[in-house]
Design a protein. Structure first.
Lengths: 111, 113
């Protein structure tokens, strides 16, 4: 089993819909969880950074971590065409510099 | 005012050649990284340096040699390039070791022919 699993998509949703992106992981030592957004031919850009279980909200984005299920989610409300990108989950144990990335989910928001 | 800048953006070269990719960050971060993103978009760490000291050296062929002349620069030299080295190489930095809030450069697309 890979350390981090993420459905590659593509996922197509109409503009204005709520988007749910998910990752599962196998290493219970992971404690820092991140979501990155990557536009085509660009570098990944940090969207959300959370520590331990719970929810964190930033504008239209909500990151959710369920450590008991080893499951993390990113919700995008009122999705816009500009949200069309690849979304990568990432995680690391505390004090460890080696971030493990998921393979990314390609998201298309249809106008 | 680019935070993490890499040069060149594109690199097309023949098998067997030696090439270098340069990276500079103006964020004052202590830690810098090289990541490789393959054709399936999988992003995998290659090296990390903290204040010029090598911290992470993943299972990477020794044809790849990073060099950090100071904490704002991390270059990647690749000897005897192979077809399988074709990928996008990303440089990144973070404020300190163990914090995952990376800032990535826009990547160097390497094509070996």
């Amino acid at each position: 089993q890979k350390e981090v699993e993420q459905d590659p998509g593509p996922l197509s949703v109409p503009e204005g819909a709520i988007v749910s992106l998910n990752c599962t992981y196998s290493n219970s030592a992971f404690q820092y969880f991140m979501w990155y957004r990557q536009y085509s031919r660009k570098g990944p850009e940090l969207l959300m950074y959370t520590y331990s279980s719970g929810n964190k909200e930033d504008g239209r984005f909500t990151a959710q971590v369920d450590k008991s299920s080893k499951y993390i989610s990113l919700f995008i409300r009122d999705s816009q065409p500009s949200d069309s990108a690849t979304y990568l989950c990432a995680m690391t144990p505390p004090g460890n510099d080696k971030i493990i990335f998921g393979k990314g989910t390609r998201l298309h928001i249809l106008p | 005012d680019t935070a993490v800048s890499q040069t060149p953006k594109y690199l097309v070269t023949q098998m067997g050649n030696d090439k270098s990719i340069k990276c500079e960050q103006n964020l004052g971060h202590d830690t810098m990284y090289w990541y490789k993103q393959d054709s399936k978009k999988f992003l995998k760490i290659m090296f990390s340096y903290n204040n010029k000291e090598l911290i992470i050296n993943e299972t990477v062929p020794n044809r790849f040699s990073p060099k950090s002349p100071d904490k704002a620069h991390l270059n990647l030299h690749i000897n005897s390039l192979e077809l399988g080295d074709s990928a996008v190489y990303f440089c990144a930095s973070s404020p300190q070791q163990g914090l995952g809030g990376y800032t990535f450069g826009s990547g160097t697309r390497l094509t070996v022919v």
